[in-house]
Design a protein around this ligand. Structure first.
Ligand SMILES: CC(C)(COP(=O)(O)OP(=O)(O)OC[C@H]1O[C@@H](n2cnc3c(N)ncnc32)[C@H](O)[C@@H]1OP(=O)(O)O)[C@@H](O)C(=O)NCCC(=O)NCCS
Length: 149
């Protein structure tokens, strides 16, 4: 499925919140997305008919881009949309002031880890017991980065 990125705005938030609640283990609040709209670089992934497939939120910090959220709606997962989105993000920021993309991911998030590995992210370290698990225990975060351009 062909997809492209467009800038997210307030009119996307009802749809984004519905997907976020269904797809993320610890969903962001609506306020979290409103904050992201003010502070970050946020995109909706659309298909050729402008249908929304997913979204991605990045926070710029000096020459770093922190990938805070990438979500593909459940019905479109496993069809290469996540990979196309990452590649579209790399193309968009290649040759800009941003030198590196950084992220952290739950150790148990197999789909996300496979996605990041398939587009060339490398492991920088582990943050022990970083994430809360539903049963009250903690889980490690894997820290990954990829040079841009
Ligand atoms: C993580 C996520 C964005 C991946 O998007 P996707 O469109 O389903 O992924 P793709 O179809 O592009 O697959 C990309 C790679 O990951 C692999 N992959 C995808 N889902 C997988 C799974 N459940 N288990 C193992 N590997 C998986 C694919 O085989 C592919 O690898 P390849 O290129 O070597 O063949 C999607 O699963 C999602 O939205 N998950 C919920 C939200 C989330 O956890 N986001 C990340 C943290 S913010």
């Amino acid at each position: 499925m062909l997809s492209y990125l467009r800038v997210m705005d307030e009119t996307d938030l009802d749809w984004v919140m519905a997907v976020e609640k269904r797809c993320q283990r610890q969903p962001w609040s609506r306020d979290g997305f409103v904050r992201a709209l003010h502070q970050g670089l946020n995109f909706v992934i659309c298909d050729a008919d402008d249908r929304r497939l997913g979204y991605s939120c990045l926070l710029p910090v000096l020459d770093e881009l922190h990938l805070l959220n990438i979500t593909v709606a459940a019905e479109y997962q496993g069809q290469g949309i996540g990979k196309q989105t990452m590649q579209a993000l790399f193309s968009r920021f290649e040759g800009t002031q941003y030198a590196v993309m950084l992220l952290e991911v739950r150790k148990s998030n197999k789909a996300a880890r496979a996605l990041y590995q398939s587009v060339g992210f490398e492991q920088d370290g582990i943050r022990k017991n970083y994430y809360l698990v539903e049963d009250g225990s903690r889980e490690d975060a894997i820290l990954l980065s990829k040079r841009l351009g």
